[in-house]
Design a protein around this ligand. Structure first.
Ligand SMILES: N[C@@H](CCC(=O)N[C@@H](CS)C(=O)NCC(=O)O)C(=O)O
Length: 267
């Protein structure tokens, strides 16, 4: 089994938490969207949306985060020989879908200073144009991706889109806060795949220095956040990258200023 992912991709984190919680071994391939690696033709041929994560088991390829997690549950059930079968129930799946409905893209990008976002976005667009010329058979897919990049730029300028996205997040967190009054974890007293979906969202808010505004202001979520950080899966998939985050940010900043300019010339 192979997973194409990146440590800072939210959906990748969800799938990697599920893999750790279920104790499933896999081969890991890092694909960094900031350097346009998800636009490489080898990856794009497998996944013409260029999005992460991608899960591959032999000829079976899955792109949708919830479908990957449900597939992992089936694998875990088969490999435990039928003991220990715990498929997500209706309530868990409903929470998974609710969390997945919130799109973190606009929220995250709107919290990144314009100058860095602009350099990365321009670089990605140049990469797409270069790849389009190199691989004419993938031109249609690259063209769609280019259109998506332009649409993202437009949406980021639209205050209503950003406000709507933020309000969606607030509604979700308020609902989580109410639920955590009733139970220790999101879908009951046991940790479930619903928690696997929620943890990366909270980690993203912490990463963006928004912990006080969104987490500490909600006492149940604040307590829950302390609890879930104790899990080995969290430490392995997210915790250890927190230390690296400042370095990664510095790296991206440096990369934006120094490398992208020269790369732009090259492309
Ligand atoms: N296919 C995923 C969505 C994946 C997704 O949006 N991934 C983001 C990272 S979390 C991505 O790959 N962004 C890079 C890009 O769109 O080029 C799902 O529907 O569950």
């Amino acid at each position: 089994m192979q997973l194409y992912h990146h440590p800072y991709s939210l959906d990748s984190q969800k799938v990697r938490l599920a893999l750790e919680e279920k104790g499933i071994d896999y081969t890991s391939y890092h694909v960094n969207p900031v350097t346009g690696k998800n636009m490489d033709s080898s990856f794009f041929r497998m996944n013409p949306s260029g999005k992460l994560p991608v899960f591959k088991n032999g000829a079976h390829i899955i792109f949708n985060t919830i479908e990957i997690i449900q597939y992992l549950e089936r694998i875990a059930a088969v490999s435990s020989g039928g003991d220990n079968i715990s498929f997500s129930g209706r309530e868990v799946v409903a929470w998974m879908q609710k969390i997945q409905e919130w799109n973190p893209k606009f929220f995250t990008l709107s919290h990144i200073p314009d100058k860095y976002r602009f350099y990365v976005s321009k670089f990605i667009r140049r990469v797409l144009i270069a790849r389009m010329a190199e691989c004419p058979d993938l031109a249609g897919a690259y063209h769609n991706k280019l259109r998506e990049a332009h649409e993202t730029e437009d949406k980021l300028k639209n205050k209503n889109v950003l406000q709507g996205n933020r309000e969606h997040l607030i509604r979700l967190l308020d609902e989580v806060e109410t639920q955590l009054n009733e139970s220790q974890y999101l879908a009951g007293e046991d940790f479930s795949m619903a928690d696997v979906m929620l943890i990366p969202v909270l980690a993203r808010l912490v990463l963006l220095d928004l912990k006080d505004e969104y987490i500490n202001s909600r006492p149940n979520i604040a307590e829950y956040w302390v609890l879930v950080q104790q899990r080995p899966s969290y430490k392995k998939v997210i915790g250890r990258y927190f230390d690296g985050w400042r370095k990664y940010k510095t790296l991206v900043k440096t990369w934006c200023f120094v490398r992208i300019r020269s790369m732009l010339r090259r492309y």
